[in-house]
Design a protein around this ligand. Structure first.
Ligand SMILES: [Zn+2]
Ligand SMILES: [Zn+2]
Length: 261
């Protein structure tokens, strides 16, 4: 792929300014499984439940709950694309995305990871039980407080997305569509929940070294879904036509080695 000059300049600029771009991946202080071994905890670090998503040994079904703030319902085609991605990579007999629910605005320009966690505790209704694993997505009507990312993985089954960053990424001449940006962003954050790339304790070990260590838990292949720039609202302009980034062979091999497809 031929990179545009503008893209290369952006990259250099970002790499110079930001020493460690790990922001899409937010570790809470992991309390472990406080509830005892039988009950599934939803407040652990992203990546810790990778095997629960990927394999069918603990859970055979996946249900996804989505809450969104006013004016930021998820793009329907992007949800179809997310569902196809999950069905392609996870050993589940069914993947169900529940009808998204509107929640009140948080009335902020930017949200911190801790505020997002508080919102989840107020609004999340679905929890894993029996053979069913549940994941949670929340779409906020602001930006992320720490950087211009489109989304963050903040708990072991939870991702947050920033509607105003979607507005940024899809505005201007030649910008990608809402479908492309949301689809890429949804898939990318789920990739972190699956342990990509090289997340400690996830069991999703690198089969070949491909971590872009300067940019945290990301892949070194600029065409891969897990490349760090895929989640940044200012860098997603590398997309052409209606394409959505896919996982590369290295990332797929890591998932397969931890029970995925
Ligand atoms: Zn990321
Ligand atoms: Zn990759």
């Amino acid at each position: 792929m031929k990179l545009s000059k503008q893209f290369v300049i952006y990259c250099t600029f970002i790499l110079t300014l930001i020493f460690a771009t790990v922001s899409c991946f937010e570790n809470p202080s992991d309390p472990g499984n406080e509830n005892g071994e039988d009950e599934f905890s939803h407040t652990r670090n992203p990546g810790i439940s990778a095997n629960a998503f990927l394999s069918d040994s603990d859970f055979t079904e996946l249900v996804i709950e989505i809450d969104y703030m006013p004016n930021y319902p998820p793009n329907e085609r992007a949800l179809d694309s997310l569902q196809a991605f999950l069905e392609q990579r996870l050993n589940k007999t069914s993947v169900t995305i529940l009808e998204p629910t509107e929640i009140p605005s948080g009335d902020q320009n930017a949200y911190t990871a801790n505020q997002v966690r508080d919102l989840e505790s107020q609004h999340r209704d679905q929890f894993s039980e029996g053979e069913t694993l549940t994941a949670y997505m929340i779409i906020l009507d602001g930006r992320y407080s720490q950087s211009n990312v489109l989304g963050i993985a903040y708990y072991n089954t939870s991702n947050a997305f920033f509607g105003v960053a979607y507005d940024d990424a899809t505005s201007g001449f030649g910008a990608p569509s809402r479908y492309q940006v949301e689809s890429t962003s949804f898939r990318h954050e789920f990739g972190h929940l699956f342990g990509l790339v090289n997340i400690d304790g996830s069991g999703t070990d690198m089969q070949t070294d491909h971590q872009d260590e300067e940019n945290g838990h990301h892949c070194d292949n600029e065409n891969c879904l897990m490349y760090y720039a895929m989640e940044r609202s200012d860098l997603i302009s590398q997309f052409f036509d209606e394409s959505v980034a896919e996982l590369d062979a290295n990332c797929i091999a890591d998932l397969q080695a931890n029970g995925g497809k």
